[in-house]
Design a binder for this molecule. Structure first.
Ligand code: SAH
Length: 478
């Protein structure tokens, strides 16, 4: 970050503007809106500035600029069409350690004016530090459309009632819940949209007096396989409202980045061999936080109901009468294959897809090998790399051809995603070298991978193959 974004209170504070033309007028209008005490140094003034002068809103020094004039100002703006003079103002301000902005001349600015979305008292300031003004304009248009007009009204009401709400709810969590509930109340939103401020405040007062007890709840949220862009909107909403987030080892850094800054993050990843104890501890934590009135998110990699033990955790909550909801996520079988370029079904190769776990019982009886060995289907194996040898030999024993294509997708949807391709007989060897987490895909659809890979380094390979093809064609034409 090269600039520190701050909001400055200029009420009744002197600001020196050098220049009296239309550029100066634009800046002065903005300064007057925030109550600054504007002093203009200029030989002549444009007529709008004359009007302001007559109304007593600005002061005018009809002299040449003198370096010592900067000493009386908090901020300085140079807005003349004389580069030499602007430069002189810049240097004088720098020497006196005053903040200075030469309009439209970023190298001569010790501060810059951001682009502002104004929903007073809410203001959103954006800037690219001069790098991409057009991009900033486009962003601003998007934000203008996105941010409802009534948020300013809501914020003003909130400002007036802050102390009363604080007195009623001494704890931060309670206050946050009260405000979240009010701001998302459709009736309150409607009243503020239509400027029925008195009615909106009456509703607030009514809610404040209602004395609804704060009950904790748990959202079981699927974080998806890694890429934060695959999180659902509901999942995002849940993790941004959470007081506590309990997350697994499979939840990616980029998804965790989206958790509200002041929420507690609790890692409840599993360590091999200590599964049972850990799961009980996690269950106990969920109950403990929810009973404290917290809004808890249980964040799991992929989808919470696909090999995620989500159901078991909900059973515990149900038994404790704790309210819960479930936000599905993109499971690894969908995310990792999509990003690897392996369609799970295909008219020509596979009419169904089966998701299985590689946590096979020692006698192998937990899986219906005969059915799994049939053709025209895709098998997706979660947690399968450790048992890859057994998996490959059982499938072959039940008739799956040794040359059936297989893929292992590691770190699916993450920047370090990698895919290894081979045949069923090579599976144990491939699995031994695969980084984890890894998903095994078995079936004819894997043949499509080299053509359809589009993400990460394998896509690059594909592009270069394509380029070679094109180049060969071009050579032939020549
Ligand atoms: N609930 C999760 C699965 C948990 S089981 C889901 O719906 O995806 C853990 C297994 O999921 C891992 O052993 C691996 O096989 C698979 N997995 C999870 N994330 C993955 C990823 N990003 N890439 C490849 N496999 C992944």
């Amino acid at each position: 970050m090269s600039y520190l974004p701050i909001f400055v209170d200029l009420k009744k504070r002197p600001v020196l503007v050098v220049g009296g033309g239309h550029v100066a007028t634009r800046k002065i209008t903005a300064l007057l809106k925030v109550g600054a005490n504007v002093k203009i140094v200029a030989r002549e003034l444009d007529s709008p500035l004359h009007n302001l002068l007559e109304e007593g809103k600005v002061e005018w020094f009809a002299t040449e600029f003198e370096p010592e004039q900067v000493n009386q100002a908090y901020l300085i703006i140079a807005a003349t069409d004389d580069n030499g003079l602007n430069n002189f103002v810049f240097k004088s301000a720098e020497a006196a350690q005053r903040l200075v902005n030469v309009v439209d001349d970023q190298p001569h600015c010790s501060y810059i004016f951001p682009s502002v979305i104004d929903r007073s008292p809410i203001q959103i300031a954006i800037s690219s530090g001069g790098a991409a003004p057009v991009l900033i304009r486009l962003l601003r248009e998007k934000l203008e459309a996105l941010i409802p007009q009534n948020v300013g009204e809501m914020a003003s009401i909130s400002g007036r009632w802050r102390n009363a709400v604080k007195a009623k709810f001494p704890h931060m969590t309670q206050r946050r819940r009260f405000w979240e509930k009010l701001f998302t109340n459709l009736h309150f939103q409607r009243l503020t949209e239509t400027h029925q401020t008195a009615q909106a405040e009456a509703l607030l007062e009514q809610e404040l007096e209602a004395d609804n007890p704060i009950i904790g709840e748990v959202s079981l949220v699927g974080a998806g396989p890694g890429d934060a862009g695959l999180l659902t909107l509901k999942g995002l909403q849940a993790i941004q409202q959470a007081d506590v987030v309990l997350y697994d080892a499979l939840v990616s850094e980029s998804v965790l980045e989206l958790v509200r800054r002041d929420a507690d993050r609790v890692f409840v990843g599993k360590r091999a061999g200590k599964d049972c104890v850990k799961q009980e501890e996690t269950n106990a934590l969920l109950v403990k936080y929810a009973k404290k009135g917290k809004r808890v998110v249980r964040l799991k990699g992929g989808d919470p109901f696909v090999f995620g033990r989500g159901g078991e955790e909900l059973e515990v909550l149900k038994a404790e009468n704790i309210p819960f909801n479930v936000v599905p996520g993109i499971t690894a079988a969908l995310g990792a294959t999509a990003y690897a370029g392996i369609p799970l079904t295909h008219r020509d190769y596979s009419q169904n897809a089966t998701f299985i776990t590689g946590h096979i019982k020692p006698d192998g009886t937990s899986l219906k090998w005969e059915a799994l060995a049939q053709s025209n289907q895709t098998l997706v194996v979660y947690m399968g790399t450790i048992k890859a040898g057994e998996l490959a030999s059982q499938l072959q024993r039940y008739g799956k051809p040794a040359d059936t294509p297989v893929a292992i997708v590691s770190n699916g949807t993450l920047p370090n995603q990698s895919t290894q391709i081979g045949t069923l007989s090579e599976l144990p060897e491939l699995a031994a070298n695969a980084p984890t987490p890894a998903l095994i895909v078995i079936g004819e659809v894997v043949k499509l991978q080299p053509q359809l890979a589009w993400f990460g380094s394998q896509a690059q390979q594909f592009i270069s193959t394509q380029e070679t093809l094109w180049n060969n064609q071009l050579e032939k034409c020549a």
